[in-house]
Ligand binder design. Structure first.
Ligand SMILES: *Cc1c(COP(=O)(O)O)cnc(C)c1O
Length: 402
């Protein structure tokens, strides 16, 4: 019986991402099940006391406790590592658990971090509030400005942290250029790749050291569970991340890992179709509004760079309705098909007002500095027929006089 699929590196080396997304990491039980088994177990039993001792001593392979290992979670970790082209991956309970662990596991009091200003609200909170609380200094810069990364380096700089495209301004960071600057100074780059997913952008191919995910978004893709993942070299995962991860316990549940495994099977299909749909909707909205921030549009100032490092621009973009909060909320309230929701990566079209939701916790000054104004909205384009989404925007824009 062929129990294992996607675990022989001599064979999987030639598999394309769409194949890896369906088969990578599969480890079948003695029953030979087609779909991955869901192991809802917190612990494991041993035939003899000596076996338990040997496993804890690392002299015998096998699982000991689900905070440390679980067969379903391990299948997901292997599949994500294969998709990313990473040596190893560790799954986490949420995307924020991934970002927190990826940073804290390698930082100590006295270290310095440089981070892009345009980022997910909670990622900014880590940089602006959590790290300084533990004596880790941080500098935030315009991530689009490659020279600003170099200029912000101090003798104690340990980490560069950014997302691209960034939530919700859609700023694009030149991954290869910024990683090259970091590499030359022995700085570790941590890239939050939630918006693109490994189906559209693989930062390690451009020199990133660590790639972290909210798997809640494109990887689940159907708005069901929260999950996260951290990818790196085998040595970094084992020696830097694992001691932190095993002892602090941001572990992913087996059930959620199973849901994300199922989500990954359709990731490639979904993200390509959603990117096509997003481009159609963005082109329509560009004709009606003063500004649409979508890296897939030629009008995006970093369109060429985005298309060089991404295979498609993804399902998410932001737009400005003009006016203020009243106009932005008015458009949201007038939509019939598109839901008001702050989630992204879903197969449903969802829209939110970042200033009053995802970026509510960020100081107003910091919001305005990166372009999160009161009239900005962020849209996730789903798998519906894009003509229906366009028709919905057409009627809602007319309702607010646009
Ligand atoms: C959603 C998101 C996160 C946080 O992920 P959760 O799974 O919600 O914890 C981090 N970074 C980016 C870019 C995100 O979009």
């Amino acid at each position: 019986m062929k129990r294992k699929s996607g675990q022989n590196p001599d064979i999987t080396r030639n598999w394309k991402p769409a194949t890896l997304a369906v088969r990578g990491g599969t480890a079948r039980s003695e029953y030979g099940e087609t779909s991955e088994a869901l192991f809802l177990t917190s612990g494991y039993c041993y035939d003899r006391a000596e076996d338990a001792a040997a496993r804890f001593a690392g002299e015998q392979t096998g699982m000991t406790y689900s905070r440390l290992q679980n067969p379903t979670v391990e299948m997901l970790e292997q599949r994500i590592a294969l998709l990313e082209g990473a040596e190893a991956c560790r799954a986490t309970a949420t995307g924020m658990a991934a970002m927190t662990a990826a940073l804290l596991c390698q930082l100590s009091a006295g270290d310095h971090v440089v981070a892009a200003k345009a980022a997910f609200g909670s990622c900014r909170w880590l940089v602006d509030t959590l790290l300084p609380k533990f004596g880790i200094a941080t500098t935030t810069i315009d991530g689009r400005d490659t020279a600003a990364w170099e200029a912000a380096i101090k003798p104690n700089t340990k980490v560069f942290f950014f997302e691209t495209p960034a939530n919700p301004t859609m700023d694009v960071v030149d991954i290869a250029a910024v990683c090259a600057i970091a590499k030359a100074r022995g700085i570790t780059t941590v890239v939050d790749n939630a918006f693109a997913s490994p189906a559209l952008q693989r930062p390690m191919e451009y020199g990133a050291d660590v790639v972290a995910y909210s798997a809640t978004k494109m990887m689940d893709g159907q708005g069901r569970v929260l999950a996260g993942a951290i990818c790196g070299t085998r040595d970094w995962i084992d020696s830097v991340l694992l001691p932190f991860h095993r002892n602090t316990g941001p572990t992913l549940s087996a059930f959620n890992a199973w849901v994300v495994l199922k989500g990954l099977e359709t990731l490639d299909l979904r993200i390509r179709r959603q990117s096509e749909n997003a481009l159609k909707v963005a082109r329509f909205l560009e004709g009606r509004l003063s500004k649409v921030n979508y890296p897939g549009l030629e009008s995006h100032p970093q369109h060429k760079l985005a298309m060089r490092q991404m295979e498609a621009a993804g399902p998410i973009f932001s737009l400005y309705v003009g006016g203020g909060r009243a106009e932005a909320h008015g458009l949201l309230n007038a939509l019939e098909l598109v839901d008001i929701s702050n989630n992204i990566g879903d197969s449903r079209s969802l829209m939110t007002h970042p200033a009053s939701t995802t970026h509510y916790g960020m100081a107003e000054e910091a919001r305005l500095e990166v372009g999160i104004t009161e009239d900005m909205l962020r849209l996730n384009v789903g798998l519906e027929d894009p003509n229906d989404v366009i028709a919905d925007f057409d009627q809602a824009l007319r309702a607010i006089g646009r």
